[in-house]
Design a protein around this ligand. Structure first.
Ligand code: ADP
Length: 496
């Protein structure tokens, strides 16, 4: 492989980026632009799809010019915020409304109705997903029902998630989505080809408005010459969490990645067996190559890094997130303090949206450091609860690989190794999402024969081995479980 680069477009939620990778996996350069967040009503979150395109193109052009021109780019890989829906007109290529972002809750009632009508079992069985406004299908239906331009576009209407929108703009009219992104719409079955007609009918989404579902690696098309002054092959596509899983080299069952950002996303590959969760974890497509799907089981924690922000901005207990490491080390243990960080309910595997947080064990002997330590410990406890659920669903973990802003905290990484009693690994370069897209693009361009071979692009890792004595670990787990049980009791009392 020569001096040609892989260009990754990483269209995230708060920012969009373009990055250049050498084919040995070294990240050579990055350009970034923020995205405007629109909150037109409580619970609604929108993006301007034109802004996503303009800023992504601008970042990409800066990278192409740094590489020395379009012919220095071997392939482009795209990774993106998932589930977010763009509606555009095929004639003009212009959006018909602002994009409805994954966080948007406007279709909660529609979801309640689907559940009340007894559709959840079918939806979950086919798609691996629960009924929730998070996913794309109800957002598409909302656009048809509430935006006259969308309803009026008729057969010219095009729907897509963000990678699909960028592919359309880059190629000038190719309408595709890869299976990892399509698996988040709730309109594609985990097993089968194309869109699921029953699901499209159930959600009221016209199939003709949807993109063609393609592999996550391959030669999908080329960029229009106007974009970069020459045609560049488009070879990799994946949703951000799937891309991060691949970028972490988590391809075999037993491996799992946790992205510890504002919240935490955990994905464990399950090979070619579609996952079926009995614990409300999500089944999803990890990627599709040569028409063959690989799957993953997914669980998310709502509050991870945002707990640290809360300690800083609401409680004023810390000056900076990075200080928490030294503060936690300044005391020998949590002093009997436990924190349930249910600041916005509890996610998987508890699914208690109405839960509120609590701190237990306060005495005169408790100081700031104990409370900060209890907050950090709550991250490992939440991850441990997920580990139990994944194992019960037949996807036990053997090694955990972490990334995201919070993974920089050595104390948390060590605590997770201790509580899980598993090795925890952190790559030197934690930009795993973009790296995964680079690996897919490299595969698609034929630089590697398989995704496994492309893990040669994975970075070196730092390893944290479990070191906690069994009794101390037991005590921690009991303390946490007691607090969880208290929360559940409190809920029962309120209802009673
Ligand atoms: P996102 O992609 O969700 O915006 P990031 O991956 O950038 O999030 O991570 C940012 C989060 O990580 C913030 O919530 C911040 O509080 C937390 N964080 C950053 N550095 C540390 C640290 N050293 N220790 C603990 N938490 C941290």
């Amino acid at each position: 492989m020569s001096e040609r680069y892989l260009l990754v477009l990483d269209a995230g939620t708060t920012s969009t980026r373009a990055m250049l990778y050498a084919s040995d996996g070294e990240r050579v350069a990055t350009a970034q632009a923020d995205l405007t967040q629109y909150y037109p009503r409580p619970g609604w979150v929108e993006h301007d799809a034109t802004e996503i395109w303009d800023r992504t193109l601008d970042c990409a052009r800066r990278m192409v010019s740094q590489a020395g021109g379009a012919d220095r780019i071997a392939a482009i890989g795209i990774t993106n915020q998932r589930e977010t829906v763009v509606a555009w007109d095929r004639r003009t290529g212009e959006p018909l409304h602002r994009a409805i972002v994954w966080q948007d809750r406007r279709t909660a009632e529609q979801c309640d109705a689907l559940r009340a009508q007894g559709h959840e079992a079918l939806i979950q069985q086919r798609t691996g997903l629960i009924v929730d406004p998070y996913f794309s299908a109800t957002k598409m239906r909302w656009l048809i029902d509430h935006v006259p331009e969308v309803a009026g576009a008729g057969r010219h209407l095009a729907f897509g998630t963000v990678e699909s929108w960028l592919m359309w703009k880059l190629t000038g009219g190719l309408h595709v989505s890869d299976a990892s992104n399509a698996s988040r719409t709730q309109l594609m079955a985990l097993v089968g080809n194309g869109w699921d007609s029953d699901l499209c009918a159930l959600f009221g989404v016209p199939q003709q408005a949807l993109p063609e579902i393609v592999d996550s690696a391959g030669r999908f098309g080329e960029t229009r010459a106007e974009c970069f002054g020459g045609a560049v092959p488009l070879c990799g596509l994946a949703g951000d969490q799937q891309a991060a899983t691949i970028g972490q080299g988590c391809l075999a069952p037993g491996s799992v990645k946790a992205t510890l950002g504002t919240g935490a996303f955990l994905l464990a590959p399950t090979g070619d067996t579609p996952p079926r969760s009995g614990h409300r974890l999500l089944g999803t497509v990890l990627c599709q190559i040569d028409g063959r799907r690989r799957y993953a089981l997914e669980g998310s924690i709502f509050v991870a890094g945002s707990l640290i922000q809360w300690l800083r901005d609401r409680l004023g207990l810390i000056a900076a997130a990075a200080d928490t490491d030294a503060i936690a080390r300044s005391v020998p243990d949590n002093g009997g303090v436990y924190m349930l960080p249910a600041l916005s309910g509890l996610g998987a595997p508890h699914w208690r949206p109405e839960a509120t947080g609590s701190i237990s064990g306060l005495t005169h002997g408790v100081g700031r450091a104990h409370i900060v330590r209890a907050a950090l410990e709550s991250i490992a406890h939440q991850v441990h609860d997920l580990a139990t659920a994944f194992a019960a669903d037949g996807a036990a973990w053997r090694t955990l690989r972490i990334d995201g802003g919070m993974s920089a905290n050595d104390w948390i990484a060590q605590d997770m190794a201790d509580m899980l009693a598993l090795p925890v690994e952190r790559p030197v370069d934690v930009e795993t999402t973009a790296r995964g897209a680079a690996m897919l693009a490299a595969c698609g361009a034929g630089l590697f024969p398989t995704l496994e071979a492309a893990t040669a692009m994975a970075p070196t890792r730092h390893r944290f081995d479990p070191a906690m004595a069994a009794p101390a670990r037991e005590q921690r787990l009991l303390g946490w479980q007691a607090l969880l049980a208290q929360q559940a009791d409190g809920r029962a009392m309120k209802k009673g």
